[in-house]
Design a protein around this ligand. Structure first.
Ligand code: URA
Length: 200
């Protein structure tokens, strides 16, 4: 069994926070273990909780449309959320819940080691950009730890609001170019050991 499958099993029976009490299924995430591109959403909603899969409701359909606009399918990318269980009534995740779930997301990122991470919405953005607003920084890629982090609006927010919708569509269109750059970037960066050697 792969490390990622082990992690999914752990998440399925997790009781680290109160959300375990109300969930139908935990939603660990899905996609190829070697995906170059990873999307991090907020939290499972009603349909995700029922099916145990991320982004399978209206926001998911929109995300699939956005992916299709750059010739990708959801099977080609990794999709997960900041928290793995549905908050009651789809309320915002609490800081304690995000903290309790953080080790799972940390481990997913470590195991998949994507070249580029797209954050969807403010909760996943806050993992990398804690003190700013999404309206200010969406669509602005940042190099971090050998990969590109790219904040975008959440598809659920963008779906029905023309202003955000135009922005998310435009931000999405830049992904192929950024991903190509991210792939280049990692190849060009020497491993830490080689860097050390060049000092002497
Ligand atoms: N919204 C999210 O942030 N994640 C999902 O999985 C579904 C909707």
């Amino acid at each position: 069994m792969s490390d990622l499958t082990e992690l999914y099993k752990e998440i399925a029976v997790c009781r680290r926070c109160i959300l375990a009490q109300g969930r139908t299924k935990a939603v660990p995430g899905e996609g190829p273990e070697d995906a170059a591109l990873m999307f991090i959403g907020e939290a499972p909603g009603f349909h995700e909780d029922r099916q145990g899969r991320p982004f399978v409701g209206a926001a998911g359909r929109f995300l699939e449309e956005l992916l299709a606009s750059i010739d990708l399918t959801r099977e080609q990318v990794y999709i997960c959320n900041v928290i793995k269980c549905r908050p009651p009534g789809n309320r915002d995740p609490s800081p304690a819940e995000i903290e309790a779930c953080r080790p799972y997301l940390d481990r997913q990122i470590e195991l998949i080691n994507p070249k580029m991470i797209v954050t969807l919405g403010r909760f996943s953005m806050a993992r990398y950009f804690p003190k700013t607003s999404i309206s200010r920084i969406h669509g602005r890629p940042k190099r971090m730890g050998g990969r590109i982090i790219y904040p975008m609006f959440h598809p659920a927010a963008a779906l029905h609001q023309p202003k955000y919708r135009a922005a998310i569509e435009e931000d999405m269109r830049r992904i192929p170019q950024l991903l190509a750059e991210a792939e280049q970037m990692v190849e060009e960066e020497p491993p830490p050991q080689a860097e050390q050697l060049s000092l002497f």
